[in-house]
Design a protein. Structure first.
Length: 342
């Protein structure tokens, strides 16, 4: 009975994270109700804490398992995945390098050349995804990040893991967008377009999988990323449609972070493009209302990673706003300082 209950607890905890990372607390609660403390449970709990930005707790669980020589290579590799994930959420370069180092430890435990089992390929793809998607990408080492992603994607296609494919196609799509955005304006236009079209193809696959699986996180994030691609292709109307789709989905699933991010993109687009007059102020007021709603304060504070972006955008909006909107944007800037500091 305990083994069956254990399996059901671990499965339910995993499904909660699959639906949306914001369910990390519920996932931890389910795991803590399990009758046994298995290595699989330790890894899942560490990952859940990682999604909740509880990095110290995540590392405290994962690193001892990684160092436990009595544990199996698979369990230690899974712990490396969890630990590197915890480090990858940092903005500190030394911690990101530490995440790369731990990821390499995990990969070394799995290296069997072409003889990796499906399970080993699955774990290796997760480690490579974190190593490339978070660590190398945040270190701005984009070619290393792309190499990790493409290998991870190859493994995921072999394993036929839909959820894993939904993560990696999204990450690689956003990476190709970032590479295109960082090319010098006016230079290598054909290469820029090629990368943007690659990004669009990967993100469309990502959105298709998210719809098949009902993955809320992907359903909200991916249209916004696709909107950024359209914006980079100078199609403001197409970008607005996708940002609006992201906003509708975020409202449907009551995802505050998704709403804030989508509204931020919409206001930015209106400021930069000649779109419908008056719509910019409506979107800005909706964004201001969300930021000022006290019931959302905890959720917003967990979006610390987003603070530098919205702070910089709001300063620009204040500078470019017509006189009748200036007070709104200055009030928004003050609220951003209340939530995330100045």
């Amino acid at each position: 009975f305990d083994r069956v209950l254990q399996f059901l607890c671990e499965l339910k905890a995993q499904m909660l994270i699959y639906l949306h990372p914001r369910h990390w607390k519920q996932s931890v609660e389910v795991l803590e109700s399990a009758p046994l403390t298995t290595n699989e449970l330790v890894v899942q709990k560490a990952i859940a804490f990682g999604y909740g930005n509880e990095m110290a707790k995540s590392r405290e669980l994962a690193i001892p398992l990684l160092r436990d020589e009595t544990a199996t290579a698979l369990h230690r590799a899974q712990a490396a995945w969890a630990a590197s994930f915890a480090y990858s959420r940092s903005t500190d370069k030394e911690e990101l390098r530490r995440g790369v180092s731990i990821a390499n430890e995990g990969l070394a435990l799995l290296e069997n050349g072409e003889d990796m089992t499906m399970t080993e390929m699955d774990i290796a793809s997760k480690i490579l995804s974190v190593k490339g998607g978070m660590c190398y990408k945040h270190l701005n080492e984009l070619q290393e990040a792309e190499d990790c992603f493409r290998t991870a994607l190859k493994y995921k296609r072999v394993v036929c893991d839909k959820f894993g494919l939904s993560i990696i196609t999204g990450q690689l799509g956003r990476l190709m967008l970032k590479k295109a955005q960082e090319l010098e304006p006016g230079s290598q236009e054909s290469l820029k377009k090629e990368w943007l079209l690659q990004a669009l193809s990967l993100l469309q696959e990502n959105d298709d999988i998210a719809q098949q699986m009902g993955n809320i996180f992907g359903l909200i994030l991916t249209p916004r990323s696709m909107g950024e691609v359209y914006e980079a292709l100078d199609d403001a109307d197409g970008a607005l449609q996708l940002y609006s789709k992201s906003l509708r989905r975020a409202r449907e699933y009551n995802d505050v972070g998704g709403q804030v991010s989508a509204l931020h993109s919409i206001v930015n687009l209106h400021v930069d493009s000649a779109l419908e007059e008056g719509a910019e102020e409506n979107s800005a007021r909706d964004l201001h209302h969300l930021l000022c709603d006290e019931q959302h304060l905890d959720a917003l504070k967990r979006m610390g990673w987003f603070a530098p972006t919205i702070r910089k955008s709001c300063a620009r909006w204040c500078d470019q706003a017509p006189p009748e909107q200036e007070e709104l944007f200055r009030s928004m800037a003050k609220q951003i300082a209340v939530i995330w500091g100045s």
